[in-house]
Design a protein. Sequence first.
Length: 171
Amino acid sequence: MDNTWFWKLIDKSRQASDGDPAQQLEELGALLDDLSAEDIVEFQNIFNSHFQSSYTWPLWGAAYVIGGGCSDDGFDYFRGWLISRGEKVFNAANADPDKLASLVQESDEDDDCQVEGWQSVGIDAWCRKTGLKYAAFPSRPSGVQSNGPAGDEWSEEDLDRLYPRLAKRFN
C-alpha cells in the first residue's frame, strides 16, 4: 500500500457512491475487505498521516464558514470528508482553503462537509478481517501534537476577510 494506491481506493469508492457519503464509506469498507490485514493497516496509517496534516487553523476556518460553525468533532468529520473528496481536492484545499468555494459541489449530499466514520474505516475493516478488537489495531504513532492545529489561529470576526469566496457562497 502506498499513497497512490490509497488515493485510488478513495476515488474508486467515491465514484461508486454517486455522491452519497454514507454509501462511499460502505464502498470503501468493501474495497478494504478485499485487502490483506497488512495493507489495511497501511491504508489506515496513510489516512492518519493525511488526517494529521490537515489539522490546521486555515482549514478549520474554512470548515467554520462552510458549516456556519465547527466544533472539534465537526472539524474531525470535515477532515474525513476532505480526504473522501480525493487527492486533488485535498491538496487544493490544503494549499488554499478558500478554493473550497468552487470545489464543494451543490449536489454534495453532505451539505456541511462533515462526515462521521472516516477516522475508523480502516480499523473497522481490519477488525472484520482479523477478528480482533479495535484496541489491538497495530497503528504507527500518529504524531498528534497536544499544542493544537498548525498555522495562525483566526478570530470569528476575521473569517469573511480570510475566506471571501467561501463567505460569499455560504453566508
